[in-house]
Design a protein around this ligand. Sequence first.
Ligand SMILES: Cc1cc2nc3c(=O)[nH]c(=O)nc-3n(C[C@H](O)[C@H](O)[C@H](O)COP(=O)(O)OP(=O)(O)OC[C@H]3O[C@@H](n4cnc5c(N)ncnc54)[C@H](O)[C@@H]3O)c2cc1C
Length: 428
Amino acid sequence: MRLPNERRNLSIIIVGVGIAGVTAAVALRQAGHSVQLFEKSAFAKEVGAAINLAPNGARALRSLGFDLQRALAYRVTGYDFVHGETLEKLNIVHETPKIESGTWAVHRADLHAKLVRLACESHDGMVKGEWGLPVDLRLASRVQSVVSRHDGAAVTLVDGKTLSADVVVGADGGTSVVRSYVLEDYVDEVKQTHSGMAAFRYLIETDQLKADKELAEWLGRTEGAVALFADMAETTAEKHIISYSCHGNELQNFVGIHPSKTEVIEEGDELKGIMMQEYGHFHPSIKNMIGMASHLKRWPLYVHEPISTWIRERVVLIGDAVHPMLPFSAHSANQAVEDGVALGLVLNGNDEADITDSLVKFEKLRKNRVARVQILSSVRAGREAEVQKKLSKYLDLDVTRPPATNPNRCIHDWSYDILTESKKLSKL
Ligand SMILES: Cc1cc2nc3c(=O)[nH]c(=O)nc-3n(C[C@H](O)[C@H](O)[C@H](O)COP(=O)(O)OP(=O)(O)OC[C@H]3O[C@@H](n4cnc5c(N)ncnc54)[C@H](O)[C@@H]3O)c2cc1C
């Protein structure tokens, strides 16, 4: 028989196995719960790009026993601004505060695979006695609908099977079915405005790039830095290509930001022609580099406003399902990681009556923090003053003034420690 305040291990269903879903799975397993993960694809999607892990994301992952080096993550040492047409180093000083735990570049597939391992392995050396059972991962299992009750929640798969749990977590990304349910009465809030920009994303093997003499020289001098190839012919559009290493420096990741009204995600080598047009005036070696691109994709970039509700009874949203954001400060995956870790911390040590209260606490812990990061992500570094009014609606006890400069934004975004913040919340 359980005593009245005795902790109960919960059954939790997570919909979607992106970075948000799998991080939450690890954190909830480590908190002792039984987790089932449902992923619609046979293999988790979008394997071909890298992610910039900021100090806050790296810190949160380490709290789960995640080893960045084993995931072949690459420590970012600084920023290198390069003239797109001449490949000369530009004399731009981009001072960012040095924050413990560092910034890392990691191939999404490496990060994802190691998190899945941490979630599903039964004999990991790091497993403590109190961890829950290995997570039950179901691929090719699309969730069609979700429903919540005051004492639990259930998902129905496309094959008609219904499964129940104490809590359902919607980590099903930008086209979330769980969000449609949670925000059924708040549909007006789910708005997206086209930013007028799109992003090419692709990878190239480092050795292949070195075959081009000038790119080899650039790689030699830029090692460890995030490089930004700027369009100096037309600076108002802020067209540029960002590059950094990943997968143990075997691959270089590229993101090409450019003006575009495209509304769909596109994929394939025919995009190279469009990219050549966009960057046709760049240095011949950059055009050579575009010719080498593999897994080339183009993403439309939308601005999303913060959403006021993350939960509906026993159903909770995390990751891009609730806070998609522009990639300008490279923060979505970092916020997804913070969400996942936070869920494990907040749903740790509940007695049964507390589950809904814990989800309310989770929302309280995350909502303003994420809203600020999301709003800041909508403007480039140095333009924080433009969003002060919006930010002022999402202040907290510890953040009484919105960050108004880029160094302050970096401190705000990067020095955040989800463990410390969740402890503060539990004392309230
Ligand atoms: C151009 C670009 C550059 C970026 N660069 C960075 C960066 O440098 N740093 C950074 O932090 N972030 C970056 N991001 C963002 C990052 O890739 C994601 O935002 C982040 O990984 C969070 O993902 P998620 O897990 O919430 O959602 P997703 O990765 O979309 O995962 C959702 C999962 O749910 C599954 N799913 C969906 N519907 C269902 C269903 N009905 N049933 C079952 N499964 C379902 C999907 O198949 C998918 O696997 C970038 C994004 C873009 C577009």
